[in-house]
Design a protein around this ligand. Structure first.
Ligand code: ZME
Length: 562
């Protein structure tokens, strides 16, 4: 979390960086002379491939059936790799990266780590490179440590849903979540991992004690706040640029059994956001705080009636939106059976401070697992209708508190005409409760909102639910933010040029790119982010070979960079 307004903080980070730079140079890079690039023999396309093909792995490397790695949840980018590695050990990953590193600048080969494939814009793809199928690294057992600071050591290819089920057997659970749990640990920790718990615990990257990482030179490094802390901070939210996360030590807490899940409506954004901000500031609050927008939708309350009960069913039945934009506050309070006798009173107390429309309070009681895995229920319904594997042009924005009213007015009042393509979520956070020093980029103010536009596009539609229309709306939103200088940052950012990336990182770019030159000096890792392009030394033979290979292939993503 870099505060772009405060140069002093940026300077402090730079100082920390310079200190660790010298340490890391000694400790991490002793066997890799980064600063005098290896003069390796010329390795052209075919040679590079045969060099990979000759390697022996605990798992295996495949040059066939690679199409699935050229797809992701976003469904909009399809770059074919040369090969897919199915690793069975960390050393499989380390050797493949090391081999490519040692070929130096004479090969264009890059490496992308792919988890469950939920990137939105090809971030886990590696055009003509090697994609690592991180789920192959999963192990049957997770190692739990109970005590006053409980944690679990997991493979980075593990899904959060499996960690939930396994840790509940010990009466424990991770503290901070994403909305959707069928994502890998390595994937969410390379971004942030944000859901309704982040206001209290910070995002998932704030709830990790230690990582095992394979850097861009193929070295395996254990890092934490105490050990190689610069790499630890770099990798958390680092968009895969500094290392492949292979294992993680996740902080746990005692798990509750049950959840009171509550929704209430507002017709005024100012009142809604004031309540959200009051809730995240309070010490004794809900355990989960989110919200969402409802534009031009009828019958929504009927949908809720099946799973939520109203405090005032007659009034609730009569409630209509009358064409207004509505804001739904969604909160949850965890509890155990022994608290059953006073939980309703506690909730009444918390709710009594809020200013929602009284007749629109909906309550529900579910198990902790059912609450956390709630999006999977939507997934199953959409899969039944064939509406899951469609393009997902999602836009996630972090909006500072001081801009959010102007944003809401223009975006919910003018730009968006309905929200039937998918949810529009609003999560308030206060980063003064977050850890400092990770690579995640946030707005300058402590209090900001994640506003997530999670649309599904209907394939072949040219109307309001078609891809073009949704992308145009997102561009209008981004243009408005830029024009009005709202100080927003993208979450799960996506840009095509390095200039745009520099603007995204702001004053943090210097640290980010220096770290890149230390941990992945040849820019081998995560090419799908399009932040750095792998340096390429072309000799005549390579030029000849590439010009023929390139013919007939569609756009090389790296050509857009710089
Ligand atoms: C495509 C889809 C997304 C279906 C449901 N969702 C979601 N619903 C609610 N919260 C979410 C979400 N995806 C992320 N967060």
């Amino acid at each position: 979390m870099i505060n772009f307004k405060q140069n002093t903080i940026a300077l402090r980070i730079l100082t920390v960086f310079l200190v660790s730079f010298t340490i890391n140079r000694k400790n991490l890079c002793s066997n890799h002379p980064f600063f005098t690039p290896i003069k390796s023999p010329s390795v052209h396309f075919a040679t590079a491939h045969s060099s990979l093909a000759e390697m022996i792995f605990d798992g295996h490397l495949s040059f066939e059936n690679t199409e699935h790695t050229a797809k992701d949840f976003g469904g909009r980018y399809h770059f074919m790799p040369s090969a897919v590695l199915y690793p069975k050990s960390v050393s499989d990953i380390s050797s493949v990266v090391k081999n490519i590193f040692q070929m130096g600048e004479t090969t264009e080969l890059t490496v992308g780590a792919r988890g469950h494939g939920h990137s939105l814009e090809g971030q886990a793809q590696a055009h003509r490179g090697v994609v690592i199928n991180m789920e192959s690294l999963r192990e049957p057992e997770m190692s739990f440590h109970t005590g006053i600071m409980p944690y679990v050591d997991v493979s980075a290819g593990e899904l959060w849903i499996n960690i939930l089920h396994k840790s509940l057997k010990h009466g424990l659970a991770p503290k901070s979540w994403t909305d959707y749990l069928h994502l890998t640990v390595g994937g969410t920790l390379s971004n942030a991992g944000i859901s309704g718990q982040a206001f209290e615990h910070g995002p998932q990257i704030d709830n990790v004690y230690q990582l095992q990482v394979v850097t861009g030179t193929g070295e395996v490094v254990i890092c934490s706040e105490e050990q190689h802390s610069d790499l630890f901070h770099a990798v958390l939210g680092g968009l895969g640029q500094f290392g492949i996360i292979t294992r993680a030590r996740i902080a746990l807490e005692p798990a509750p059994k049950k959840v009171k899940w509550i929704r209430a409506l507002y017709s005024d954004f100012t009142i809604f956001s004031k309540d959200q901000e009051r809730l995240i500031a309070s010490d004794n609050s809900f355990n989960y705080i989110e919200g969402f927008v409802i534009i031009n939708r009828t019958g929504l309350l009927d949908n809720w009636r099946s799973s939520f009960s109203s405090k005032d069913p007659i009034q609730a039945n009569q409630f209509t939106s009358e064409g207004r934009v509505l804001f739904c506050l969604e909160v949850a309070k965890y509890f155990n059976l022994e608290e059953s006798d006073h939980i309703d009173k506690d909730i009444d107390n918390l709710l009594s401070d809020l200013n929602y429309i009284q007749s629109t309070l909906f309550l529900s009681e579910v198990s902790y697992v059912d609450f956390l895995d709630r999006v999977h229920v939507s997934e199953l319904k959409l899969q039944e209708k064939g509406l899951w594997e469609v393009p997902h042009p999602w836009l996630n924005l972090l909006i500072p508190r001081s801009s959010v009213h102007l944003f809401a007015q223009e975006v919910f009042g003018n730009i968006l005409s309905d929200t039937s393509n998918g949810p529009v979520l609003i999560y308030p956070v206060n980063k003064s409760r977050w850890k400092n020093g990770t690579s995640m980029v946030t707005p300058a103010e402590n209090v900001f909102y994640l506003i997530a536009f999670l649309s599904s596009a209907i394939p072949s539609s040219t109307g309001k639910d078609g891809l073009e229309h949704i992308l145009t709306q997102h561009q209008r939103i981004l243009n408005f933010c830029g024009r009005s200088n709202l100080g927003i940052k993208q979450y799960l950012p996506h840009y095509r040029t390095q200039e745009e990336w520099k603007a995204h990182f702001g004053t943090f770019w210097e640290v980010f790119s220096k770290r890149k030159s230390i941990y992945d000096p040849l820019a081998i890792l995560a090419p799908g982010q399009r932040i750095f392009q792998k340096r390429r030394h072309l000799d005549n033979e390579d030029l000849k070979l590439n010009s023929s290979v390139d013919k007939g292939l569609d756009g090389n993503p790296s050509k857009d960079i710089i």
